[in-house]
Write a protein that binds this ligand. Structure first.
Ligand code: TXA
Ligand code: MG
Length: 351
């Protein structure tokens, strides 16, 4: 199959939306990462997404809509209580369109293949104008995971999307580089205290400010972070997340993810000391004939924007080893470190 490239202009977006309406696959830019879209209500089309990505079929899709009124098409809001409805209203008023996905009870119209067999559905209204035009013109909600091959970093540029998807999908809308650079925050709104299942640009503090009430983070994410950052794992395990043993509640978080071909180590702790140790290690590795790159992040926003792009560029250049120095302590940093730990396969050196 030849992948047709569309421009990010009205006429081309219209053409691309016809492919979606006819059951085909089109990759498109969003403000977070590029998505791989198909009609969310068409079982065969959604099955083709799993095949194109090589994605396990129990890993559910995010369903993208362009208008708030369409939530009722795909979610059964009658299953939410008054507190949950009020929370949903506040979150959607404050953050949609934007980089946040909410988990809601699913309606009958959404096929199980779209939700990986779950009774809940992930819903997002992207702020990216191209994404919204594509959804509107297609006339259907669009199921769209990140447009990478399963296990690879999410693509944040059109070229990186094409690298993974050429020949596997009917179309790609060639937009600009994605602004945020990491995927949307996923928050489960089916309990009175919402739970963040995947951290993103919109943080726990942002949500608590808008809801004026508590928001939890999936304990397995906190545990993961504590165990790998500067908190002694013993302390992390002795907190109340001890009784949580079932792993992440967002199915996608359990899979190998974001991994570059290069071997990656994170130097965590003091930035200067990390840099010194990384330079020392790089010299030794270079003597052994390895191609080494040192990556340093001190600003979370920049790190979010550049991480996935960097990882893919390093692979293109044939880098063998990435030595990353980063200890991003603010809330957005929590989201970025979540991706970095996975990229490095938890290969972490405390400095
Ligand atoms: O920023 C984004 O969210 C991008 C763009 C394209 O919108 N999409 C994206 O999709 O990152 P994907 O499929 O790569 O990640 C979706 C995440 C996975 O971790 C998945 O397990 C989780 O959302 N998810 C989807 N439906 C869920 C559900 N019903 N319950 C719990 N987690 C769910
Ligand atoms: Mg993904």
């Amino acid at each position: 199959m030849k992948t047709k490239i569309f421009k990010d202009e009205a006429e081309d977006i219209c053409e691309a939306s016809k492919i979606i309406a006819a059951g085909g696959l089109v990759a498109f830019p969003t403000e977070t990462v590029y998505g791989l879209g198909a009609n969310a209500l068409d079982e065969d089309a959604v099955s083709r997404i799993y095949a194109a990505k090589g994605r396990p079929s129990d890993n559910p899709m995010i369903v993208h809509i362009s208008a708030i009124g369409d939530v009722r098409l795909i979610a059964n809001l009658s299953k939410l209580d008054d507190v949950q409805i009020e929370n949903l209203r506040k979150v959607s008023d404050a953050f949609w369109p934007g980089p946040i996905t909410v988990i809601l009870p699913k309606s009958e119209t959404v096929p199980k293949v779209t939700t990986g067999g779950l009774d809940t559905v992930a819903v997002r209204i992207p702020s990216h104008i191209v994404a919204r035009m594509l959804i509107e013109n297609s006339g259907c909600p669009i199921a769209a995971p990140s447009a990478n091959l399963s296990g690879k970093p999410s693509p944040t540029t059109a070229a990186h999307t094409l690298d993974d998807m050429e020949g596997r999908i009917e179309g790609l809308i060639w937009g600009k580089d994605c602004q945020v650079g990491i995927e949307s925050t996923v928050v489960d709104m089916t309990s009175d205290v919402p739970v963040i299942l995947r951290p993103g640009e919109i943080t726990q503090a942002d949500l608590e400010r808008v809801l004026k009430s508590k928001v939890d983070i999936d304990p397995s994410l906190v545990k993961d972070h504590k165990a790998n950052s500067d908190i002694d794992p013993k302390d992390a395990l002795s907190t109340d997340d001890n009784n949580v043993s079932s792993g992440p509640r967002s199915p996608g978080m359990k899979y190998k993810h974001y991994a570059p071909d290069a071997e990656m180590t994170i130097y965590l702790g003091d930035i200067d000391k990390g840099e010194e140790e990384a330079r020392f290690a790089a010299k030794a590795l270079e003597k052994k004939g390895k191609s080494v790159e040192i990556l340093k992040f001190t600003d979370s926003k920049r790190a979010a924007h550049e991480l996935f792009k960097y990882l893919r560029e390093a692979d293109e250049k044939g880098v063998d080893v990435i030595l990353a120095i980063a200890d991003l302590k603010d809330e957005l940093g929590f989201s970025v470190m979540n991706r970095m730990f996975k990229s490095a396969g938890y290969n972490i050196k405390k400095v």
